[in-house]
Design a protein around this ligand. Structure first.
Ligand SMILES: [Zn+2]
Length: 570
């Protein structure tokens, strides 16, 4: 394509609205423009990259036998009521009425629609397994849309849904998608980790996230280099030392005054006892009543773990009135001794001795408490994992890193097929529920993640497979006839060899051309300058390297093809 003819509105200054690098560079390089909060237009350059990502996804999905469909963006309330998600989904689900007063929503995901399709069309085990996918617009009314297309309200997603006759088949479908995703993200040029994840809003039994490693990532990944264990922060388990002794001490505790000292740091410094010898007692409201949960003073509670282990529908911090009612004391002074509600504790507490807890009355704490002084229903791994904790699998030391989630795969089991009656007849003519899985990729987010992963002060450094162009042919002086003629010839030859080339045929200063080329992150640049040309040479430069290579002008097309092939090898 010709730069002079393309709609590429680049911007020199950093846009004020952008909070992260990818957002800033996508605006500056003319990839996207904002229409409203969390809603963006894709301009030709950005869309070109987006289409390349889509092609990679399609190829890898099709290789695994998945079939592409296109489902509606607008969905009827009735389907969401069947799955009970109309109530549960909350405000992210954008709901509205049509002219006949029927309630509808904009699809944030398509489990309901695809399950409805399959339950109506599939009758027999002979028609299974089935994996249907689409690449389509989604809408989630995020409370705080931010970071451009990274956390937008409207975005492009690839979602796939598998239907199998049994658990074994579902497992195979899951692993097929695991492999397909691995290939997709390798081809997109990502450094990424596959981590165990919580199943969250979608529900189901098991899931993995695909995380692109980037300093600016919003997600924290906990991993072990010894055994390969990796999980997102929500899910990450922690290993505990088994060889420690459990204290049998009892009845040594005594009350001490701690006037106005509520927070751990305050109590710790007032009593001159380190936070790891304090125990926090947190009171929660849940669907199974009020509970108390204990965790060491220097650690944070992982509410997802509590919710999963106790199979709770919901969990939220108790309000002050509830705390007063169940403990007898105000917020900040809760402790386990004498409490009548069910207590659960992080396993750290098992091995603690002579610790500090709240006194269940105003301005009072208890020192020298021990686990025999109160009754705990059960000890679990309930804390948020962090660097330096023990690996749950091999007991080596855990590390953490930051990432951006680009893909997520779930084993759904029978959740939707039961709720919506997706059944088939098996070999023996018996009616059975289909076993489902669902698999998502944030397509538009992939571009942002790629930019977050690699960039410099001059702009994006995009992987060759998803950059808007593979090569920029750049004649330095547009009024120099020989340069322009050679540039045109190289450009046409590259196109003929199926290289995705851009020619910068604009009549602008060389500095502008170089700057735009770097900003747009085009992986290879062929520079045609008057001086080199006199000796029969042109230059080729990789976006991520400082030095350029001088190459004979008659060899440039062949060498460029080699470079592109090398860059796209994965
Ligand atoms: Zn390990």
């Amino acid at each position: 394509m010709r730069f002079s003819k393309m709609f590429i509105p680049t911007v020199k200054e950093d846009p004020k609205e952008a909070e992260v690098i990818s957002h800033r560079l996508m605006l500056r390089a003319g990839f996207i423009r904002r229409l409203a909060s969390g809603i963006y237009t894709w301009l030709p350059l950005g869309l070109k990259s987006l289409k390349k990502v889509e092609t990679i996804i399609r190829e890898e999905m099709n290789k695994k036998g998945a079939q592409e469909i296109l489902m509606p963006f607008v969905q009827p309330k009735e389907l969401w009521e069947e799955s009970t998600r109309w109530e549960k989904y909350g405000k992210e689900l954008l709901r509205f009425y049509d002219r006949n007063n029927r309630e509808l929503c904009l699809g944030p995901t398509h489990e309901e629609v695809v399950t409805d399709l399959v339950r109506k069309e599939v009758r027999s085990y002979r028609e299974l397994p089935l994996n249907l996918y689409q690449i389509q617009t989604k809408f989630r009314d995020e409370i705080r849309p931010r970071f451009g297309v990274m956390r937008a309200r409207e975005f492009v997603m690839k979602d796939a849904y598998s239907f199998d006759v049994d658990e074994e088949g579902a497992e195979k479908s899951y692993m097929d998608m695991y492999d397909a995703y691995t290939n997709i993200f390798k081809r997109c040029g990502f450094r990424f980790r596959i981590v165990e994840a919580d199943t969250g809003q979608i529900g189901g039994s098991f899931s993995h996230e695909f995380m692109v490693l980037a300093e600016t990532g919003e997600d924290i990944i906990i991993y072990c280099d010894s055994c390969g264990y990796a999980a997102n922060l929500e899910r990450a388990e922690v290993g505990y030392q088994q060889d420690k002794e459990i204290s049998a001490k009892k009845g040594y505790y005594k009350k001490v005054e701690t006037p106005n000292k509520k927070r751990i740091e305050e109590v710790s410094s007032f009593l001159n006892i380190p936070p790891q010898l304090l125990v926090k007692t947190i009171i929660y409201n849940t669907d199974r009543g009020v509970i108390g949960v204990l965790v060491r003073g220097d650690r944070d509670m992982n509410e997802t773990k509590i919710k999963n282990i106790l199979s709770l529908e919901y969990i939220e911090l108790a309000d002050e009135a509830t705390i007063e009612k169940v403990t007898g004391g105000p917020l900040g002074f809760s402790g386990p001794i004498g409490l009548k509600i069910p207590l659960y504790a992080d396993r750290d507490i098992l091995y603690m001795e002579d610790f500090v807890v709240g006194g269940n009355e105003k301005d009072m704490h208890i020192i020298n408490a021990n686990i025999s002084d109160f009754n705990v229903e059960a000890f679990f791994d309930l804390k948020i994992a962090k660097d330096g904790d023990l690996c749950p699998r091999c007991k080596a030391t855990l590390n953490s890193t930051k990432g951006i989630e680009v893909g997520h795969i779930f084993k759904l089991g029978l959740k939707y097929s039961k709720a919506m009656g997706a059944k088939f007849l098996d070999k023996n003519g018996e009616e059975k529920y289909m076993v489902m899985g669902c698999y998502g990729i944030g397509v538009s987010r992939i571009i942002a993640a790629a930019i977050e992963q690699a960039n410099d002060e001059n702009g994006m450094i995009l992987p060759c497979s998803i950059a808007p162009f593979e090569v920029d042919v750049l004649p330095v002086n547009s009024s120099h006839r020989d340069s322009m003629e050679l540039a045109e010839r190289i450009y046409k030859d590259l196109l003929a060899k199926r290289i995705d080339a851009l020619i910068d045929d604009r009549d602008v200063r060389p500095g502008v051309k170089f700057k735009d080329c770097d900003l747009m992150g085009i992986p290879l640049r062929i520079t045609i300058g008057e001086k080199n040309l006199k000796d029969g040479f042109v230059e080729i430069k990789h976006r991520d390297k400082k030095e350029s290579l001088k190459i004979k002008k008659e060899d440039i097309v062949g060498r460029t093809i080699e470079h592109v092939e090398e860059l796209k090898r994965w």
